[in-house]
Write a protein that binds this ligand. Structure first.
Ligand code: ZN
Length: 281
């Protein structure tokens, strides 16, 4: 009887304590993005690898993001918007040997969008074309960066508050002419709104580019690179480590932009993927 009474009195505190103890255990599962094996999406592959050292996973000649979740290794493969709807080969090298995996890329229909911009931003002058080619090299160099640290999470807040457009993947028609599809997420926000790093990382590079305007690239580890474009101000320097929530710059409309917004790009294994798959809320 005394025991029961004690237990009853202790019960609420006991359950609170149990919940507090259980919370970190429950939160231990590594947060993954949505699995969406379509062009512009990601494929999550659980790897049957026993080795404790990080397996080397390769897709289309590029090293892919691999994370450790408790006892298993998981690959998160970025799928470019230009990927054909076919099976894709993934090579896994580990202490267990070499394995080949395959997955199928399914279809996704993206809408098209007509935009009006200054004529010189669609049919480029020779000088602008040369600049765009130089920009492209810098951007591809940033995308190709690899560092070994595991990203702290693969679920993150959006870098600025505001309505997230579903413009990723849209086929874009500028002044009636078809151009490359949209490889990021646009978030409309007033000029000057701070752009916050959604995840810790290191600033790879910053610059002022023809299409993307003032831009910041951040390396979050293992081939996951983010890009913040059209900024009115850049508040970080290459080589700088940033914590989650650090201010990278301010929203603007530099480069080819029809109004103030943040263009947020996220690249895995050098493929631009839909940031929406990684948003935490
Ligand atoms: Zn954009």
């Amino acid at each position: 009887m005394i025991r029961t009474a004690l237990f009853r009195r202790a019960a609420p505190a006991f359950w609170v304590a149990l919940l507090l103890c259980a919370a970190p255990v429950l939160a231990r599962a590594y947060p993954l993005p949505h699995d969406s094996p379509v062009p512009g999406g990601v494929k999550i592959l659980k790897l049957d690898v026993q080795s404790d050292s990080m397996p080397y996973v390769e897709v289309e000649g590029h090293r892919a993001l691999v994370v450790r979740d408790d006892s298993s290794w998981i690959a998160i493969i970025g799928i470019p918007l230009s990927a054909p709807l076919a099976s894709r080969q993934v090579i896994v090298r580990s202490g267990d040997g070499r394995k080949e995996l395959q997955f199928t890329i399914g279809d996704k229909q993206y809408a098209s969008q007509s935009l009006k911009v200054a004529p010189g931003q669609v049919n480029l002058s020779k000088a602008d074309l040369e600049r765009v080619n130089r920009d492209k090299e810098i951007i591809e160099h940033a995308m190709s960066r690899w560092s070994d640290g595991q990203p702290e999470t693969l679920r993150m807040p959006q870098p600025v508050p505001g309505v997230r457009s579903s413009s990723f993947g849209m086929r874009r028609i500028f002044n009636g002419e078809s151009r490359s599809p949209h490889g990021g997420m646009d978030i409309a926000a007033p000029v000057g709104t701070p752009v916050l790093a959604p995840l810790a990382g290191m600033v790879i590079d910053t610059g002022d580019f023809f299409f993307t305007g003032n831009t910041v690239f951040v390396d979050h580890g293992r081939g996951m690179i983010s890009m913040y474009c059209h900024l009115s101000a850049i508040d970080v320097k290459p080589g700088q480590h940033v914590a989650a929530g650090a201010t990278l710059g301010k929203v603007g409309m530099t480069g080819r932009a029809t109004g103030p917004h943040l263009h947020w790009g996220l690249s895995l294994n050098r493929a631009w993927v839909d940031p929406e798959l990684f948003v935490a809320n």
